[in-house]
Design a protein. Structure first.
Length: 306
């Protein structure tokens, strides 16, 4: 009888834990869509009130869609909505995302693509400034903040983001500057057709956007840690817990004291460095930590799945 009571009590606890996890998952999904909805609105606002006001070509698939809009209007006298062009352009990148990156990532990303393109057609133009340089810089910053929100939350702004993440996952390198170079082709065409002043200001816009994304989104940026500690076992355990990365322990000798030293070598994601250092200092306040920027890495490296 007592065993039955314990069994029922245990089952009730399991059910409570499962319900709690389910509620937490639902809450996270709701927050995710709220973040992505906000980011979509900011993207649309940036395109309408900065890009359109300045007559810029922002690069990427959104820039290609705007370039097609302008060409069709200029030479055929036909006005096409942004969403009519932008949504079909994203079908091939979405297929790449679905096949090689992940279903969840692709669904979230296409939600952003769909909503931002529709809102771009709906939102009115709000003229913030007439200064083309300010439009180029702050328009790029605003749009890239929205894209960074998407990337941090496991989605993208669509278009070249899909392609960039695909190559970053396959090659393990940060590819945003390569995307910037590819966008120069689009901007060159725009310059030939509509004047190079707009094309050059558009490069400023795209450069500002690229640098902000690199600053905020650090998934593909890595740092090497060299940790000198007297507690290598505890430090390694915490490092592994936080990052899921391994480490190599090197035995050395302190030149000044001639005492043995434990040197731990590991490579981690740049977004994890501050947390790792903070936790190591709690374990060993005297630990000496050297952080070295890692430009390229070959070999096995754990990547958090999308």
């Amino acid at each position: 009888m007592y065993a039955n009571f314990l069994s029922r009590h245990h089952n009730k606890r399991l059910v409570d834990i499962m319900l709690k996890e389910k509620k937490s998952k639902i809450k996270n999904e709701i927050l995710m869509f709220l973040y992505l909805t906000f980011a979509s609105a900011v993207l649309a606002f940036s395109l309408k009130s900065f890009v359109q006001v300045g007559g810029l070509i922002p690069g990427g698939f959104s820039g290609l869609a705007i370039l097609i809009q302008q060409i069709v209007h200029q030479f055929l006298n036909v006005d096409l909505s942004f969403s009519v062009i932008y949504l079909p352009l994203n079908l091939i990148p979405a297929y790449i995302g679905l096949k090689y990156i992940g279903k969840k990532f692709t669904v979230y990303s296409f939600y952003v693509v769909f909503l931002s393109s529709i809102l771009t057609d709906i939102f009115p133009v709000v003229k913030i400034t007439s200064d083309i340089l300010l439009i180029s810089i702050f328009g790029g910053i605003l749009g890239s903040i929205a894209i960074s929100i998407c990337l941090i939350n496991g989605a993208s702004g669509g278009g070249t983001d899909f392609i960039s993440i695909y190559f970053s996952e396959k090659k393990g390198v940060d590819t945003w500057n390569y995307i910037l170079l590819a966008n120069v082709v689009i901007l060159t065409i725009a310059g030939i057709l509509f004047g190079f002043d707009i094309a050059l200001y558009s490069i400023i816009h795209q450069y500002a956007a690229t640098q902000v994304i690199q600053l905020l989104f650090k998934r593909y940026q890595k740092d090497t840690l060299l940790i000198i500690t007297q507690l290598p076992g505890a430090v390694y355990g915490k490092l592994r817990q936080i990052t899921n990365h391994d480490a190599t322990l090197i035995q050395g000798t302190g030149c000044f004291e001639g005492a043995p030293r434990h040197i731990m070598y590991s490579v981690v994601g740049r977004e994890q460095v501050d947390k790792v250092i903070s936790e190591i200092k709690k374990i060993d306040p005297k630990a000496f930590i050297n952080v070295i920027r890692t430009e390229q890495l070959n070999g096995m490296f754990y990547k958090r799945p999308y």
